[in-house]
Design a protein around this ligand. Structure first.
Ligand code: ATP
Ligand code: MG
Length: 428
C-alpha cells in the first residue's frame, strides 16, 4: 500500500516538543544508514497536541546492529524478539531510557499470533499495531508523518478504529479491548461502528487473556488522570462485570456510585501534579472505600453497633479479597496490606463515633503519608473533611519524618462555593 505523507505545513508539530534524546538516537541510527522513525503513542500525542509520555523508535536496524551503534549505552531486552533500551544519562534526571525496536511483521488475519517471529518492513510493522491512531510514523529527517493505515484522518475526525479486521484483532489479543476504552476515556474520541460491533463478539475473551497484563493496564489507567471515565466505560460496556463482579453489583447502589467521585478527584490530582503522584494502593482504595462504608453501615451501624478498629480491619481485608484477589490471584500483597492500613487509618482520623483517637504514633508511621493522600481525595469529594486534612497535613509536615521529604503531601484548597461540580472536582 502507498503511504500518505504529511509535511510540516499540514501537521504543524512543534519540533521543540520532541525529546532531544529521542532525536539523538534517531540521528545515530540514520547516520549509520538505517531507517528510523518515531512511532506509536508519541506521534499520536504530538498530533493531538498533548505532551507525549515516552518516545518509542522503530528502525530497520536489527537488535545486534543497534547494540553495535550504541554499545555500552544499549542493552537488549527479551529473547525471541529482542528490543533495545538505549540509556542516556542526565545529571538532573538520572538515566532515561529510549526504547528502540526493529520493524517486525505479524500475521493479522489469524486468531492466534502464530507467525509473530519475523523482522519486517515499516509497513508490516504498523499493520500489526492496535489502532490506526497508533500506527503513524514520524520521520525526523523530513519532519513528515508517514501514514499506511489512515491514522491521520482518524485523528482529525476523532475516531478510534482497529487496524485490520476488528474481531480477529481483538481475539488475537483481548487486552486491546481495554486499550480501546483507555483511548476513548483519555481523548473522548468515538469508536468506529465496525470496531464497536466487534466489542459485542469479543467481550468474554478478556477473561482468557493474561491476568498480569490486564491488571497492569488497569493500574496504568488508574494513574492516567482519566480513570473515572475509563471505569465508567468499563461499566457501561459490561466489562466491569467480567473483571470485578463485586464492584459492578455495588455500582447499583447510591454508595457505589461514589466510586466515580473518588476516581474523579484522584484524576484532578493527576492533572495538577503529573504522573506518579499517587500510590497504587491509594488509587485502589478509591475503588473500594465506598464499599467499606456501605458494609460498615449495613452490618454494624444499621444495628446500632459501632465497630471497633479490629472489626473494621477484618471487614476491609475481606472486601479486598473479594474484589481484587478473587479476580486477580496474583494481586500484589504489598498493595493489599497498604490498602488495609490506608482505609483503617481513615477510621482513626475520622471515627464513626466519638472523638478522634489517633495518637502521635500514627503520624510517625512510615505509611501515614498514604493515608494522608487518601484523606486528601476524601476532602476533595466531601468538603466536610477539608479542615481535618489541612490540620493533619500541617502536623505531618512539622513532624520530622523521613518519608515526609520523599513524599510531601500535596495541599488542598477549600472550594469557595457549594456547587455540585465544585464539590466533586474542586480546584486544587
Ligand atoms: P501510552 O500513551 O499510554 O503509553 P501507547 O499507545 O504509547 O499509550 P504503549 O503501551 O506504550 O501504549 O505501546 C506503544 C505502541 O505499541 C502503541 O502505540 C501501539 O502502536 C503498540 N501496541 C501496544 N500494545 C499493543 C497491542 N496490545 N497490540 C498491538 N499493538 C500494540
Ligand atoms: Mg507509550
Amino acid at each position: 500500500m502507498q503511504a500518505k505523507i504529511y509535511f510540516t505545513k499540514d501537521h504543524r508539530i512543534d519540533p521543540s516538543l520532541i525529546d532531544a534524546d529521542a532525536l539523538y538516537v534517531l540521528k545515530k541510527l540514520q547516520d549509520a544508514g538505517f531507517i528510523a522513525y518515531l512511532v506509536g503513542g508519541s506521534v499520536r500525542d504530538l498530533l493531538i497536541q498533548k505532551i507525549p509520555k515516552d518516545f518509542d523508535i522503530s528502525t530497520s536496524a536489527r537488535p545486534e546492529q543497534i547494540k553495535a551503534i550504541f554499545q555500552k549505552q544499549c542493552i537488549l531486552i527479551g529473547r525471541r524478539f529482542p528490543l533495545a533500551h538505549v540509556r542516556r544519562f542526565h545529571h538532573k534526571f538520572g538515566h532515561k531510557i529510549i526504547e528502540v525496536s526493529t520493524f517486525r511483521s505479524g500475521k493479522n488475519d489469524s486468531d492466534l499470533i502464530i507467525q509473530d517471529n519475523e523482522w519486517g518492513s515499516p509497513e508490516e510493522d504498523v499493520l500489526r499495531r492496535d489502532f490506526t491512531i497508533n500506527g503513524l510514523f514520524y520521520d525526523s529527517t523530513t519532519h513528515s508523518i508517514i501514514d499506511y493505515v489512515g491514522g491521520w484522518n482518524d485523528i482529525r475526525s476523532h475516531t478510534l478504529r482497529v487496524i485490520g479486521e476488528p474481531e480477529t484483532r481483538f481475539k488475537q489479543d483481548p487486552v486491546r479491548l481495554l486499550r480501546l476504552f483507555k483511548f476513548q476515556a483519555r481523548y473522548n474520541f468515538h469508536i468506529d461502528p465496525k470496531t464497536k460491533e466487534a466489542i459485542e463478539f469479543c467481550r468474554e475473551e478478556i477473561i482468557k487473556s493474561s491476568p498480569a497484563r490486564v491488571l497492569e493496564e488497569l493500574f496504568r489507567m488508574l494513574e492516567s488522570g482519566a480513570s473515572a471515565p475509563f471505569f465508567r466505560l468499563l461499566a457501561e460496556n459490561n466489562f466491569l462485570f467480567l473483571l470485578f463482579p463485586e464492584l459492578m453489583e455495588t455500582l447499583h447502589t447510591p454508595q457505589g456510585k461514589r466510586i466515580f467521585h473518588y476516581l474523579a478527584c484522584a484524576d484532578q490530582i493527576y492533572k495538577h501534579k503529573g504522573k506518579n503522584v499517587l500510590d497504587r494502593a491509594v488509587l485502589c482504595s478509591c475503588l473500594i472505600f465506598p464499599l467499606v462504608e456501605k458494609e460498615l453501615h449495613d452490618e454494624f451501624l444499621n444495628k446500632k453497633h459501632y465497630p471497633h478498629i479490629g472489626e473494621i480491619t477484618l471487614l476491609t481485608s475481606a472486601i479486598i479479597k473479594r474484589v481484587f484477589v478473587h479476580s486477580f490471584s496474583h494481586f500484589p500483597r504489598k498493595i493489599s496490606s497498604l490498602m488495609v492500613s490506608i482505609i483503617v487509618a481513615q477510621y482513626r482520623i475520622t471515627p464513626l463515633v466519638g472523638k478522634r483517637h489517633y495518637r502521635e504514633k500514627l503520624l510517625k508511621h512510615k505509611d501515614f503519608y498514604l493515608a494522608l493522600q487518601f484523606l486528601k481525595i476524601r476532602a476533595l469529594v466531601d468538603e466536610h473533611y477539608v479542615d481535618i486534612y489541612t490540620s493533619l497535613r500541617n502536623q505531618y509536615r512539622q513532624a520530622s519524618h523521613p518519608e515526609r521529604k520523599r513524599h510531601p503531601p500535596p495541599p488542598v484548597r477549600r472550594p469557595n462555593h457549594h456547587s455540585q461540580q465544585e464539590l466533586h472536582a474542586p480546584q486544587i
